[in-house]
Design a protein around this ligand. Sequence first.
Ligand SMILES: Nc1ncnc2c1ncn2[C@@H]1O[C@H](COP(=O)(O)OP(=O)(O)OP(=O)(O)O)[C@@H](O)[C@H]1O
Ligand SMILES: [Mg+2]
Length: 213
Amino acid sequence: MAGYAQETSGLLQIPHAEIEKRIFQHKLFGLDSLQEQLFRFCKAVITADGSRVQDFIFYDLVPSILLYGSPNTGKTTLCHLLFDRLKKEVTNDVNFYTIDIGNMLDPALGQSSRNLEQAFEDLRKVCSNGSSAFLVLDELDSFCMSRSRTQEHDAIRRAMTTLILELDRLHPSSTRKLVLFGITNVHNLIDTAVVRRFSLKHGSPGIVVGEVY
Ligand SMILES: Nc1ncnc2c1ncn2[C@@H]1O[C@H](COP(=O)(O)OP(=O)(O)OP(=O)(O)O)[C@@H](O)[C@H]1O
Ligand SMILES: [Mg+2]
């Protein structure tokens, strides 16, 4: 991750050229229909005009997708491929962001939460200028483990609460052009309050695909 401009909040923009390098000559086997479905979903969000926003109200969806599955089943690659296709086929004015969770989490009480808030604030600013943001939160489990796991540090729990609030603010009528992907290997350990806030939930092949809860 080093080498890119990084906000103190942990927000990191990865240039398209870097994503292209990562997926050079990569294809995912068996994920065509999921890829197509998610592409259409992302496209609807980032090209949202008044009528498309109506669509989202109709479906009661927000632009958030949870990808879960065993390691090496193509979750990260799928996000890279989707972004590349959006950039090439829909608009050049979309950028790839991720949050460096190690940097975002801060032992000082409340700081992780503020960092996450700041990251979303920065993204909203980007979107208010008319650009689109494709945000990937990888290793979601690092701060979204179930609340019943009492050993969780308070700072981490606060960050999770902030994420929940931010997920609630994602409605396309308010933040039209931000698509958020959450990724995890251990979806069954993630707090249900977080899981249920993702509109779409998809498991990678090789594991049971279906609704999480
Ligand atoms: N369905 C697939 N078809 C072709 N290659 C695949 C497939 N699934 C995974 N791979 C390959 O496996 C490698 C790892 O994929 P990727 O990093 O996207 O997995 P991941 O699910 O994000 O793993 P992790 O959970 O460990 O982060 C990549 O080189 C990717 O191309
Ligand atoms: Mg990955």
